[in-house]
Design a protein around this ligand. Structure first.
Ligand code: MN
Ligand code: ZN
Length: 478
C-alpha cells in the first residue's frame, strides 16, 4: 500500500530570535497607506523581495489594516507557501512579532493553517525530477516559543488531516474503490486508535441495506459501509455522528453522465473523506466529545449487474424507493447509512456530508455549501463554525410542501423529484430517513468539496472542505 498521509511539503517549528540563522526572513505588515516603490502591493499576500543589512527579506502585505481578518491571515499564509515553493526556498524564518500590532485573536493559528494548507500539492504520480516540489522548513521566530509551540502543533495536526482528505480525494478510482478505501480506513484507524468496522456487500445485503447494495452492484468492487468510532475523552457523552457519501466513482450508472460531467467524478467521495479526516483529527487532538463516522462507499457503474431505472429497492429502513435515475445514487447510499447510524448509536447530533447535487452548485456556486436541517439550533451552530473557519454554509429550506415531489407512484418514495429545487429534493428525501427527535443536518458540498481552479490556500481539485468546520463545531460543544 502507498503512503496513507501525503508527505508535508512545508514544516513549521518555533525558535527564539537568538537561534535564528541567516535564512531568508519573511516579514509581515499591513499595506502602506500610499503605494511606494520597495514595498509589496496593497493586497493580502502581495510580496516584495528586498535586502536589509545584507540579508534577504521577503516583505508580505497583510492588506488594508482595517480589513485584516483571520481569513486574510490564512490567505497570506497560502501566498507565502506558494512563493517559497515557486522560488524553491528550502528554509526561511518568519517573524511572528509582526502580528502583535494587528491584535486579532487566533491570528498566529490562522497564518499557520494557511501556510500548511497552501503548501499542499498532489504530486504522487509525477515521476519527473523537476515536477518534484521542494520541501520548505519555516522557522517561526517567537518572543515566547513555549506559547506558540502548541498552536503550531495543533495547526500541523489539523492540516495533516485536511491534506490527507485532499490526497485521498485526488486519488483516482483505479486506486481508491470501496474495497481499497475500507482497507485504507482500517490502516489509519489503527494508527490513531479508532475502532473501525467494515461491513461488506454480503453483510449489508443480509442486514437489509438494499439501497447501498443496489448502487454498488454494477461494480467489480462492491459497496462497503465503514464505521469509525472515537470514544472522546468523556465517553459518558452521547456522540456526534457524521455520515459521509463516498462514491469512489459516479458514472451515473445507466442514467449515464455525459463526456463533460463524468470527468472529476472521482471527487464524489469527498464527503466520506471529510468524515474520515474529522475522526482522525478529533482523535489526534483528543477532543472531549465522542464521535462516530459512518461512511457509505460505493462505485456507481454500468454492467449487466447494475441497478436500473424503474427498479424498486428496499432500504434498510424498510421504505421502498423506485429508481427514476441511477445518477441520484448518493441519497440512496446515505439513506441506508443514516438508518444504520440511528439504529446503532444515540446521536447527540447527526450530520451528513455529501457531494449530492449539481443543483447546489447552480444555487450557491463554489463559495458556500448547502445546509438543510430539522433543527434551528444546529443550523445556527454550523453556520457560526462555517464563518469562523471560512468553510461557509447557507441554509436552504425543507418545508413539508416539498415532500410530495419525492412521493413514489409504485413505491413509498422515488429517488428524483426533477430539476425544481434540485438540492432541496436531496435534502427532503434524506429527511424521511431521519427521526424528528434527532437534530440532523445535511451538508450538500458538491460545489465546495473540489475546486475547478486554484484558490488562495488550496490547489485545483479536492479541498478537504468540512474538516475544519466540523472540528470547530464539535469543540464549540464544550
Ligand atoms: Mn450521481
Ligand atoms: Zn454522486
Amino acid at each position: 500500500m502507498t503512503e496513507l498521509f501525503p508527505a508535508p511539503l512545508l514544516t513549521l517549528d518555533v525558535i527564539s530570535k537568538k537561534d535564528a540563522g541567516a535564512h531568508l526572513l519573511i516579514s509581515l505588515a499591513p499595506a502602506a497607506e500610499k503605494p511606494a516603490p520597495g514595498l509589496p502591493g496593497p493586497e493580502a499576500g502581495d510580496t516584495f523581495l528586498s535586502q536589509k543589512d545584507g540579508q534577504a527579506v521577503l516583505m508580505v502585505s497583510l492588506g488594508k489594516a482595517a480589513k485584516i481578518s483571520l481569513e486574510t491571515l490564512r490567505r497570506t499564509g497560502g501566498a507565502i507557501a506558494r512563493w517559497l515553493a515557486k522560488n524553491k526556498v528550502a528554509e526561511a524564518n518568519l517573524a511572528l512579532a509582526d502580528l502583535n500590532e494587528i491584535k486579532l485573536e487566533g491570528a498566529p493559528s490562522a497564518l499557520f493553517e494557511g501556510l500548511l494548507l497552501g503548501a499542499y500539492q498532489f504530486t504522487h504520480y509525477k515521476s519527473a525530477e523537476d515536477a518534484r516540489p521542494t520541501v520548505s522548513a519555516v522557522h517561526i521566530i517567537a518572543g515566547t516559543p513555549g506559547k506558540i509551540k502548541p498552536l503550531v502543533e495543533r495547526a500541523a495536526t489539523l492540516c495533516k488531516m485536511v491534506n490527507m482528505a485532499r490526497e485521498w480525494g485526488h486519488e483516482p478510482a483505479n486506486v481508491i474503490n470501496p474495497v481499497t478505501l475500507a482497507e485504507r480506513a482500517q490502516a489509519v484507524a489503527a494508527e490513531y486508535h479508532l475502532k473501525c468496522t467494515v461491513l461488506d456487500d454480503k453483510q449489508l445485503e443480509a442486514m437489509g441495506a438494499g439501497a447501498i447494495v443496489a448502487v454498488g452492484q454494477g461494480s467489480k468492487t462492491p459497496s462497503r459501509l465503514i464505521i469509525l468510532e472515537y470514544p472522546g475523552t468523556d465517553s459518558s457523552l452521547k456522540p456526534v455522528v457524521l455520515v459521509g457519501k463516498a462514491l469512489t466513482f459516479d458514472s451515473g450508472g445507466y442514467s449515464l453522465k455525459g463526456v463533460e460531467n463524468i470527468v472529476t467524478m472521482k471527487y464524489d467521495k469527498c464527503g466520506g473523506m471529510a468524515v474520515i479526516g474529522t475522526l482522525l483529527a478529533a482523535a489526534a487532538l483528543k477532543i472531549k466529545t465522542p464521535l462516530v463516522g459512518v461512511i457509505g462507499a460505493s462505485e456507481n457503474m454500468v454492467s449487466d449487474q447494475a441497478y436500473r431505472p424503474d427498479d424498486i429497492i428496499t432500504t434498510l429502513s424498510g421504505k421502498t424507493v423506485e429508481i427514476i435515475t441511477t445518477d441520484a445514487e448518493g441519497r440512496l447510499v446515505l439513506a441506508d447509512a443514516l438508518t444504520y447510524a440511528q439504529r446503532n448509536f444515540q446521536p447527540r447530533a447527526l450530520i451528513d456530508l455529501a457531494t449530492l447535487t449539481g443543483g447546489v452548485v447552480t444555487a450557491l456556486g463554489r463559495v458556500r455549501g448547502g445546509l438543510m436541517s430539522n433543527n434551528p439550533e444546529l443550523v445556527q451552530q454550523l453556520m457560526a463554525s462555517g464563518e469562523a473557519t471560512f468553510e461557509r454554509l447557507w441554509q436552504l429550506p425543507l418545508d413539508d410542501d416539498y415532500l410530495k415531489s419525492t412521493k413514489g407512484e409504485e413505491a413509498d418514495l422515488k429517488n428524483s423529484g426533477g430539476r425544481e429545487g434540485h438540492p432541496i429534493m436531496g435534502g427532503i428525501f434524506l429527511k424521511q430517513f431521519v427521526s424528528d427527535e434527532i437534530p440532523w443536518a445535511h451538508l450538500d458540498i458538491a460545489g465546495t468539496a473540489d475546486s475547478n481552479k486554484e484558490m488562495p490556500y488550496c490547489p485545483k481539485g479536492a479541498t478537504g472542505f468540512g474538516i475544519r468546520l466540523l472540528i470547530h463545531y464539535i469543540e464549540s460543544l464544550g
